[in-house]
Write a protein that binds this ligand. Structure first.
Ligand SMILES: Nc1nc2c(ncn2[C@@H]2O[C@H](COP(=O)(O)OP(=O)(O)OP(=O)(O)O)[C@@H](O)[C@H]2O)c(=O)[nH]1
Length: 897
């Protein structure tokens, strides 16, 4: 690096006044303020030239001479001539300068030849042009712009070029009679240091460039080193900030096209960097960024707006839909989606699945229309594969007939008569409890019968049965006529688009009014053929056997007309009619073959179950080898008990069956989870608002009948125009599992007044999401319900049960009172916990403090499950053996409305 000196040191060296140097420098436009200012080596060399006597020999310096007489200090002896050490010091650094002393000789010796001054074009290097300020130089005769490392310039004798316009020096005019002497052969005074000045000038050239960058708006001062390419005084107006960049952008005339390209490229890259940075800041939403607060807010706002704009109008997701999937599809934060779901009364975490309907509702709230693509399960793919199979052996198959009708109208008896068995007499309670199936052969033709239960509770199964069937025999007792379930059966049969034939049963009974029944049938779209309608009505008697053959004949005629067909050679498929877990055989299923053949040893997929067919039995319990279309067979060998109505498939690969069965199980579980959205007091208001609830179902359990009656009265009065209070069940006693099941099925809330739910019931309720509310003050129940219905349920405290204790013995102490000797059945009891005393599921005493808790003789803080302890309930002594103590703590609950 260049060594520097100070003005006063240099003045001392030259024997001149510091002030003279300062003034001279300032006159030349240099930034030298006072005698303490630092001077670079190059400048020092220049100054030495200025203050030398007639040895102004450099090729680049054209500043006015200094009148040394004026500026010399009083004691000339103190001013030594230019010293050698200075000269030696300079060449220490760059290698170029090392050669300077040697190269100086020819330069010094060379006579100054102004004509020989090279033009700017000749001497300018491209690099220099780029680094140099943008002031134009083309019109100026360039001073010797020799680079230190440029041998070409050094070889040439340094010509004295034309001096550019010189700045006016205020201090003094150069003496007229003494024109500038060209550097002459002054061998007697060899001062090589003088020549090193201009060389060093080139080395330090980048410095002024840096300064200019720092203060781009300021007019640039002429630099001492500027003669390299331009005169010291600017010949043009000073560039201002904007102009400068513009100028640079266009490129100086000295710039080559490559340089211009390079500069443009750099500019583009800088712009891209800035854009990237802005993007990163925006993506980080300002968090952790070093952006100024004002700008941060601006960025965040912009981001939110952008998000709004980025939300798609339409999105597509595949089932099953998790909250995460939905948020990704509609470009909304998962937290926001969860909040929206909560507002709709659906509690779900990011990874939980939600129903399609709920997902679409949420999407609409965010302004996105959601399409849901059904993801094809393995079973669906198998189904498709089966449907596309080539059928080469299509033949007629027996019709599948289902007996439908009202309870006790004689379905089973009729079927029994048909197949000449005695199934009806063997049934428990006289009610058909499950779907049975049988096949009869009549005149060499087969007919398959499905016997469906007629009870209301089995409506769903009956509906499934109707879908499997070809012909429905609507059994109507002639004495009863059409009953509610008969009408329902008609609707099911019509919806399934199957043939309907009416068996007007019990025709043997006296006093039956056939025309009345005909009229009823006609009312429901089944006008009898006798009345010129399309419906065949066969008068039958399961007792006398009247009309049985006629009925079978009619069935056969319909089958012939419809020509039911199937391929009986391909792998079988069909439905599960019924299933059970057999003690000896494991899962057993009754399958109705729709198509193909089912053999012993076949791999079967049926709902969640799969396996090889171990046994194959017909409806009479006889082992058979193969079942063909319309056959109902009982199979064993499945891994799980399938559900009635499940489709079954015969597959070649047991692994395929296994995978599909496992997937079915998983899908079923997800479906159950996504469908569950129990009503609770917390989400009641939102459910009401969302229109999900029009009736609030309640189950009331209380300690005494009086409480039940009062509660029914008070709670019924809470009904409003929006919500009707519907008390499903009200009874005396503790809350049972049955109450929870009923509450789950009917979306009800359980209210317990002075009663509790036992541990098992509580855990079932928790798993099913059933809300159980326990109270000991009636008005609190009404208040809570009222508040919940208007969405004003206050955050409050909830009791968290810690443990359950059984009182095994009691000890009377004259001073303390009755101590309950307890066994901690579950959980824990702590000294600080509250207890309630329960006798026969009725709360006898609630929220009691504990006076003392002992384990043997020791006072303890807590006693855990499996240990015994002594509990003294504060201010209460009526403790009895077998009482239950429930320990609990009161915790604050934040409601999420
Ligand atoms: N007199 C007379 N009684 C009949 C006739 N058919 C059935 N019954 C009687 O009606 C009662 C009910 O018969 P079921 O065959 O069990 O009737 P269901 O429709 O199968 O009844 P669920 O299985 O409960 O749906 C029995 O006592 C039968 O003996 C009939 O044609 N004439």
């Amino acid at each position: 690096m260049a060594k520097t000196t100070r003005v006063h040191n240099l003045a001392k060296e030259l024997g001149v006044k510091s002030k003279a140097i300062v003034e001279k420098c300032q006159a030349e436009g240099l930034d030298i303020k006072n005698h303490m200012s630092t001077i670079s080596v190059g400048l020092a060399a220049t100054i030495r030239e200025w203050f030398s006597e007639g040895e102004h020999t450099t090729t680049v310096e054209h500043a006015g001479r200094v009148d040394l007489k004026e500026v010399r200090v009083e004691k000339p002896k103190a001013a030594p001539p230019v010293t050698e050490p200075e000269v030696v010091a300079e060449p220490e650094k760059p290698t170029e300068t090392e050669t300077a002393p040697e190269e100086a000789a020819p330069t010094e010796e060379a006579p100054a030849e102004p004509e020989a001054a090279p033009t700017a074009e000749e001497v300018e290097e491209p690099d220099q042009a780029e680094e140099a300020p943008a002031e134009p130089t083309e019109t100026e005769p360039a001073p010797a712009a020799e680079a230190p490392a440029e041998p070409k310039a050094e070889e040439k004798p340094a010509p004295e070029k034309k001096a550019p316009k010189k700045p006016k020096i205020k201090m003094h005019e150069p003496p007229k009679p003494e024109p500038v002497k060209p550097a002459g052969p002054m061998l007697s005074k060899p001062k090589p240091a003088k020549l090193s000045g201009p060389r060093v000038i080139r080395v330090e050239k980048p410095e002024p460039e840096r300064k200019r960058r720092r203060k781009p708006g300021r007019p640039s001062k002429p630099r001492y080193d500027q003669p390299v390419t331009e005169p010291l005084m600017p010949s043009q107006p000073q560039p201002v900030k904007g102009k400068k960049s513009k100028k640079r952008g266009k490129g100086t005339p000295a710039e080559t096209p490559e340089e211009q390209m390079r500069r443009k490229k750099q500019k583009r890259m800088r712009a891209r960097d800035m854009a990237d940075r802005q993007a990163r800041l925006a993506a980080a939403s300002g968090a952790g960024s070093r952006v100024k607060p004002s700008r941060k807010i601006e960025t965040r706002k912009k981001t939110e707006e952008e998000r709004q704009a980025e939300r798609p109008d339409h999105a597509t997701v595949s089932e099953p839909i998790t909250v995460k999937d939905l948020s990704a599809a509609i470009a909304v934060k998962t937290g926001d989606v969860i909040a929206k779901l909560m507002a709709q009364g659906v509690m779900a975490t990011a990874n939980q699945t939600i129903s399609t309907e709920v997902a679409q509702l949420v999407s609409m709230d965010f302004g996105t229309e959601l399409s849901v693509e059904r993801k094809h399960s393995a079973q669906e793919l198998i189904e498709k594969q089966f449907e596309e199979r080539e059928k080469k052996n299509v033949t007629r198959r027996p019709p599948v007939v289902t007996m439908l009708g009202h309870v006790d109208h004689g379905k089973t008896s009729l079927l029994d008569k048909i197949r000449s068995t005695s199934v009806a007499s063997g049934e428990a309670g006289g009610i058909t409890q499950h779907i049975g199936a049988s096949q009869i052969v009549w005149n060499g033709k087969k007919i398959t019968f499905l016997d469906t239960p007629g009870h209301e509770a089995f409506t769903a199964m009956r509906a499934r049965g109707a879908n499997m069937t070809d012909i429905v025999v609507l059994v109507v007792a002639a004495d009863d006529g059409l009953m509610p379930q008969t009408i329902e059966a008609i609707h099911h049969a019509k919806a399934a688009d199957v043939e309907i034939i009416v068996a007007l049963n019990k025709i043997d009974l006296p006093g039956t009014d056939v025309n009345k029944v005909y009229g009823q049938l006609a009312e429901h779209g089944l006008t009898p053929a006798e009345w010129s309608g399309d419906t065949e009505v066969v008068k039958t008697s399961a007792i006398s056997g009247e009309g049985i053959e006629d009925l079978i004949e009619h069935l056969d005629i319909i089958a012939e007309l419809k020509d039911y067909q199937a391929d009986n050679k391909i792998p079988a498929t069909g439905w599960v009619i019924e299933s059970k877990m057999s003690h000896g055989q494991g899962p057993v299923a009754t399958l109705l073959v729709k198509e193909g053949q089912l053999k012993k040893g076949d791999v079967v997929l049926a709902g969640n179950g799969y396996g090889r067919v171990r046994t194959l039995k017909d409806s009479y319990g006889k082992n058979i080898k193969v079942a063909t279309p319309s056959y109902a067979v009982e199979v064993s060998g499945l891994s799980e008990v399938p559900t009635a109505g499940d489709r079954f498939f015969c597959l070649e690969d047991i692994n395929q069956a296994k995978n599909a069965a496992e997937q079915n199980l998983e899908l079923e579980r997800e479906k159950t989870l996504s469908q569950r959205s129990q009503v609770t007091l917390d989400n009641l208001f939102t459910q009401i608002e969302a229109g999900n609830i029009k009736e609030l179902n309640l189950i009331l359990k209380a300690d005494v009948q009086g409480s039940v009656d009062v509660l029914i009265k008070y709670l019924s009065e809470l009904s409003t125009d929006e919500v009707k209070i519907n008390i499903l069940h009200a009874a005396v006693g503790g809350i049972t599992e049955g109450d929870v099941v009923l509450a789950e099925a009917s979306e009800a809330i359980i209210i317990g007044f002075n009663v509790v739910a036992d541990e098992k019931t509580r855990s079932i309720a928790e798993s099913k999401g059933v809300d159980i509310r326990l109270y000991s003050i009636i008005y609190r129940i009404t208040e809570d319900l009222k508040d919940a219905m208007v969405g004003m349920l206050e955050p409050e405290y909830e009791e968290k049960v810690l443990g359950t204790l059984i009182v095994r013995d009691t000890f009377r102490h004259s001073r303390i009172g009755t101590i309950a000797g307890c066994f901690v059945k579950s959980g824990v009891i702590t000294k600080n916990s509250k207890v309630r005393l329960i006798r026969n599921n009725i709360v006898i005493r609630d929220k009691c403090s504990i006076d003392s808790l002992k384990h043997f003789r020791d006072d303890v803080r807590e006693v855990k499950a499996g240990l015994e302890c002594g509990v003294k309930i504060a201010n209460f002594d009526d403790v009895k053996v077998d009482d239950v103590l429930e320990s609990f703590e009161v915790v604050e609950v934040k409601r999420e409305l």
